[in-house]
Design a protein around this ligand. Structure first.
Ligand SMILES: C[S@@+](CC[C@H](N)C(=O)[O-])C[C@H]1O[C@@H](n2cnc3c(N)ncnc32)[C@H](O)[C@@H]1O
Length: 222
């Protein structure tokens, strides 16, 4: 079993690592060899959307996923998450890896087809709407709402990422995305195949309280 990063931060400002975070780590561990083979002998560009505490990006660096020669970008809309991600990386002695925290909404600050590995534990809880971006860094509770609430079926934010995968990912690119049952992931993956020809594989799923969570890999075998 791969080590889990040590995280110590202010959970009134960033999402506290929970069952979903740990399930995502399990999925990445499960696919470690697959990823190693896929990206061997190249420089891999890795992007985690919504790193929150930084636990997932730090896990990737700590365990050299997908490969030793990787560049890591941690993209969050919450400014506190960027500071915390840097701190978590440092606490786990990951300073030797290239990791850039980027303040941006989803992949809007990347050029097309640059990301090889995309990882996202999104705001997936169904809600009337996705909250507006808070006016100031100091509106702490509002940043936490953004970490959780995903609009209709909890899919508003995730759907933007899925609809843009063809533009976002490199030719060999792969995405790992977490869903809860209320996101209707079985329907989502069928539509991804039909609309965009993305293959998908259920890597892990687990009952967490009253929620069933799953992580799917999206890929194209070329
Ligand atoms: C469920 S939390 C996941 C945090 C962390 N990755 C984990 O697994 O513990 C979702 C994260 O997505 C971020 N987020 C929400 N909307 C975003 C957006 N439009 N662009 C970038 N990040 C966003 C939130 O700030 C939050 O850090």
């Amino acid at each position: 079993m791969l080590p889990t990063p040590y995280v110590k931060c202010d959970y009134s400002k960033v999402y506290e690592p929970s069952e979903d975070s740990f399930l995502l780590l399990d999925a990445l561990e499960e696919d470690k060899q697959y990823l190693q083979q896929k990206f061997q002998n190249q420089l891999a560009v890795v992007c985690e959307l919504g790193p929150g505490s930084g636990i997932v990006t730090t896990f990737l660096m700590q365990n050299e996923i997908p490969i030793k020669n990787s560049l890591y970008f941690a993209v969050d809309i919450n400014p506190w998450a960027l500071e915390t991600t840097l701190d978590t990386a440092k606490r786990n002695s990951c300073e030797k890896y290239f990791m850039d925290p980027v303040r941006s909404s989803l992949c809007s600050s990347f050029r097309n087809n640059e990301i090889d590995l995309l990882v996202f534990n999104p705001p997936y809880v169904p809600a009337e709407e996705v909250p507006l971006i808070p006016k100031s860094k100091e509106y702490i509770d509002e940043w936490l709402d953004l970490a959780l609430l995903g609009g209709k079926d909890g899919m508003d934010v995730t759907q933007i990422v899925l609809d843009n995968l063809n533009q976002t990912l490199s030719t060999k690119g792969i995405a790992y995305i977490l869903f809860c049952a209320r996101n209707k992931p079985e329907e989502v993956v069928k539509l991804m195949k039909k609309k965009y020809n993305w293959d998908s594989k259920l890597i892990v799923h687990r009952k967490a309280g009253w929620e069933v969570l799953s992580v799917y890999r999206f890929y194209k075998d070329i």
